[in-house]
Structures are given as C-alpha cells and as structure tokens.
Design a binder for this molecule. Structure first.
Ligand code: NAD
Ligand code: UFG
Length: 337
C-alpha cells in the first residue's frame, strides 16, 4: 500500500490515478488546505477504484501513527506542502512550519514504524538561476530566492543527512519542472484559489472569461521571442514518473535524484499559442514588465531519468493545452459545485 500525502492536490490526485491504474492500493492523507474531498470521487470515477482518504495533517503525529499501524505501507510519496512562491515571501514561518516540520514529522513516524521508502516532491527551483541550460542533476543547487524554494532545498539536505545516519532508507528526490495540463477525462485538474500565479491556469481563466487578458511578464529576455523559457511537463507524465520511482526504490538504491521534465524549453508565447490552438481563436494578452524573481530560462536534460527510470514524457505542449482547457471548460469553477 502506498501512502500519498497531499493526494487530493493537483499533482497528488493525478499520481493516485496512475498508482491505482498500475495496481497499487493507496491511502491519501490530506488536510484539505488547498484541495477538496470531492477529488476522491473523481479519482474513483476515472479508475473505478477508490483510494482510502484520511482528512489529516502530516504534522499530526497521532494520525500518522494510526495510519502506519492500520495499513501496511511500503512507500510514502510526500506531496503535502504549501507551494505559492509569492505567499511564502510574506509568510515565511508558515512555509517553514508546514513544509519542513511536516516532512520531518512524517520521516520520524516512518523511521519509528520501519517504513523506509520515501519519494519527495522537489522542484527545479532548487537550481536557482542556473549557469547554463539544460540543467542536469549534477548542477549546483542553492541560491533560492524565496522561502518556498528554500524549504525544498532544506528538505533535500535533511533527506541526505537522514540517509547518512539511517542507510536503510531509500529516497527518491524528484525535481519537477513546470507541470501543467490535466487528466484527459477532464475530471481532475488544477484548481487554484483566487488569482492564479502560474501561467497555464491564468490563461484558461482568460479563455473561460474570468479574467480579461493575460499579462506577459517581460518581452526583453535574452531568448528568441523575448519571453522566458520553461520546461512544461504534462501532469500525467509527471504522475507516471512516480510509479517508476517506486519501482526504482525497490532496488534499494539509497538516495537518488531525478529531474522530471520533457527536455524541451518553451517560451511564454509558445505556451500561449498552444492554448490558442486548443481554443480556435486568439487569447487576449498584453506585455508588461518583468516579474521579480523570474529567471530567463530553465529546462532539463532527460538522460538520467530515462536511463535509470525509463522515464520519457509522452505529451507535448499542444496536448497539455488541450487537456487543461478541457478541464477548465468542464469545470469553470474548479471543484466548486
Ligand atoms: P497542491 O497544493 O495542489 O497539493 C498539495 C496538497 O497538500 C493539497 O491538497 C493540500 O491540501 C495538502 N497539504 C498541504 N499541507 C498539508 C499538511 N501539512 N498536511 C496534509 N496535507 C497538506 O500542490 P501541487 O501542485 O499538487 O504540488 C504538490 C507538491 O509538489 C508540493 O510539495 C509542491 O511544492 C511540489 N511542486 C509543485 C510544483 C508545481 O508547479 N505545481 C512544482 C514543483 C514542486
Ligand atoms: N507568466 C506570465 N504571466 C502570468 C504568469 C506567468 O507571463 O500571469 C510567465 C512567468 O513570467 C514565467 C512563465 O510564465 O516566465 C512561467 O511562470 P509560472 O509562474 O507558471 O512558473 P515558474 O516557472 O515561475 O514557477 C513554477 C512553480 C514554482 C516552481 C518553479 C520551478 O510555480 O513553484 O516552477 O519548478 F518552483
């Protein structure tokens, strides 16, 4: 049985679908601070299997003890955490408390219950502003520019220290690039609170008529079209990467680190055009000044994840745009009734 923390969230829910479809049993623990319990019904509608859902916080040791006592957990995937870059600058203590205390409490419970396989949701943000692109897993990490990114960096260090002291642990650190898109069924997807910070959900809210136009942050970057380059990856590809990571952990590899992306950099305008293709018309946009903290380009080499996990992204940005638009159209207000 796999314990998925944060399993009703965006990446967590897609991963639970992949796990169930690949024959794993799943227990979700989520405090619903950024998701809805209805996601569990949607997961069941897609997979015809229902994961066990526990409404709880990973900082609550009693709940964790109950879970590890009642279920035979072979691996934990830790998605639970706060993730809004801007908010983390304003509320650093909340971010360190939730993300770091959460991870440490979970790892203590795992150690005490002798569960040693752990997968951690890290981020490309740990590379800071990379000296060159594409980045690979040997690039120096650090230089994060906000508390959210720093929680990822610190947790990676905690995991390395833990492994040195307790080599029974097997730990996969997965550094995600930019997950977008949604399950092709349109039943699950990203449901941001308030004004979206991220590009793709902002675009679909313009498409659905909730926002007037997209502001493109900067047109004078040193790139072909002047807008920033990122490595957008379909959330279903990313989710499947976790199934492969579980298989890897069964080989007792110790600590392993993988970048999960497509290896292809796309500009903001490339993404906008992919959504326009899905929409069949133009999407209103304006160029505005750069957003503080944005870097020019970040995309990954994919060789290590391919060689060691067999991971290869199937979907391109047209697929991502089509599926995210399908989700938005079917759920104009996200999971709100
Ligand atoms: P999300 O907010 O949709 O999902 C996180 C889930 O964790 C939510 O359902 C939330 O309710 C839950 N949660 C938060 N704190 C909790 C706690 N203390 N106890 C129990 N549940 C808690 O976010 P997501 O986009 O699915 O991201 C999942 C993970 O991947 C996060 O750790 C995030 O930092 C990381 N990540 C995301 C991105 C991205 O662009 N979405 C990129 C890199 C890394
Ligand atoms: N952008 C716009 N307008 C918007 C929103 C975004 O032009 O309204 C641009 C940004 O300037 C950037 C690109 O679109 O060039 C992508 O921005 P996102 O906010 O979607 O993604 P980021 O690469 O900035 O950040 C994401 C996650 C972080 C994570 C990082 C690295 O939000 O949590 O990827 O993994 F740390």
């Amino acid at each position: 049985m796999i314990l998925v923390t944060g399993g009703t969230g965006y990446i967590g829910s897609h991963t639970v679908v992949e796990l169930l479809n690949n024959g794993y049993d799943v227990v979700i623990v989520d405090n619903l601070s950024n998701s809805k319990e209805m996601v569990v019904d949607r997961i069941e509608a897609i997979t015809k299997r229902r994961p066990i859902f526990i409404n709880g916080d990973i900082r609550d040791r009693e709940i964790l003890d109950e879970i590890f006592t009642n279920f035979d957990i072979s691996c934990v995937i830790n998605f639970a955490g706060l993730k809004a870059v801007g908010e983390s600058v304003i509320k650093p203590l909340e971010y360190y408390q939730n993300n770091i205390t959460g991870a440490v409490t979970l790892l203590e419970a795992m150690r005490d219950h002798k569960v040693y396989n752990f997968i951690f949701s890290s981020s490309a943000t740990v590379y800071g502003d990379p000296v060159s692109v594409p980045v690979d897993e040997t690039f120096k990490i650090g230089g994060t520019t906000n508390p959210y990114g720093t929680t990822k960096l610190f947790i990676e260090q905690i995991l390395q220290d833990l492994y040195k002291a307790e080599p029974k642990f097997n730990i996969a650190i997965l550094r995600y690039f930019n997950p977008i898109g949604a399950h092709p069924s349109g039943l699950i997807g990203e449901d941001p609170n308030g004004i979206p910070n991220n590009l793709a959900p902002y675009i679909t809210q313009v498409m659905i008529g909730k926002r007037d136009h997209l502001n493109i942050f900067g047109k004078d970057y040193d790139t072909e079209d002047g807008t920033c380059i990122r490595d957008y990856i379909h959330v279903c590809d990313l989710a499947y990467g976790h199934v492969l990571a579980i298989k890897k952990l069964m080989e007792n590899p110790g600590v392993v680190i993988y970048n999960l992306g497509t290896g292809k950099g796309s500009s903001v305008l490339d993404v906008l055009h992919a959504f326009e293709k899905a929409y069949g018309k133009e999407i209103k946009h304006e160029f505005v000044g750069r957003r503080e903290g944005d870097i020019t380009a970040n995309y990954t080499k994919v060789d290590k994840a391919f060689k060691e996990l067999g991971f290869k992204a199937k979907y391109n940005i047209d697929d991502m745009a089509r599926d995210q638009w399908n989700w938005q159209k079917k759920n104009p207000n996200g999971y709100e009734e």
